[in-house]
Design a protein around this ligand. Structure first.
Ligand SMILES: [Fe+2]
Length: 200
């Protein structure tokens, strides 16, 4: 690389590609969230049914849109320049909860290959452990889990700029912004300490 080219940028994960991704998905879903919130205020709460009713549908799609915004926020936040590394605290937890960093990565990549939507390395606030989760749409997940590292494997995230999903996953790991992931872990552990001392 020439000196005047500046810091190395993620090949295929350019600013333009990520901005377009943001515009078409989380930004569009934020508009829908406002629309659904307005409709919820006018929805008939007397006419409800477990098979179908407007209230059910609105709340279901509200969770879908809100989770999309949240997950994209974590995902776009943990992409950066190449070269950052997991902290000693992170490495120690990956070793404790998965056997080793390599074993965690192996499972995470396998999940990224079979998921239709998301992969999340999460911190379980009930048990104080790390776990990998995946979600075929924005609405699957486990409550009381804080996302630390999030990967979007919907086709819209990569098909226009990568020859395959495996190329995309490889590039994602190269440009994974461990510094923010490390900070999320530190904060999650502080929250865990506080809430585990009370019957939360
Ligand atoms: Fe996406």
């Amino acid at each position: 690389m020439k000196q005047d080219e500046g810091p190395e940028k993620p090949a295929g994960l350019s600013r333009e590609h990520l901005e377009e991704h943001y515009r078409l998905y989380p930004a569009a879903h934020q508009v829908k969230i406002k629309e659904i919130e307005a409709r919820l205020l006018r929805t008939d709460t007397a006419c409800v049914d477990t098979t179908y009713c407007p209230l059910r549908s609105l709340k279901k799609e509200y969770a879908y849109a809100l989770n999309s915004v949240r997950l994209h926020d974590y995902y776009l936040g943990n992409i950066g320049e190449a070269g950052s590394k997991p902290s000693p605290e992170m490495l120690s937890m990956l070793e404790r909860d998965f056997g080793s960093r390599q074993e965690w990565e192996k499972q995470f990549i396998a999940l990224a290959t079979c998921s239709r939507g998301w992969i999340v390395l999460g911190f379980d606030l009930k048990e104080g452990v790390l776990r990998n989760f995946f979600s075929d749409d924005h609405s699957e997940g486990v409550w009381s889990v804080l996302p630390l590292l999030v990967l979007d494997v919907y086709e819209h995230a990569y098909y226009s700029v990568f020859p395959s999903r495996s190329d995309y996953i490889e590039t994602f790991f190269k440009y994974l912004y461990w510094e923010i992931v490390n900070r999320r872990l530190t904060v999650a552990r502080e929250v865990f300490k506080k809430i585990s001392s009370i019957n939360f």
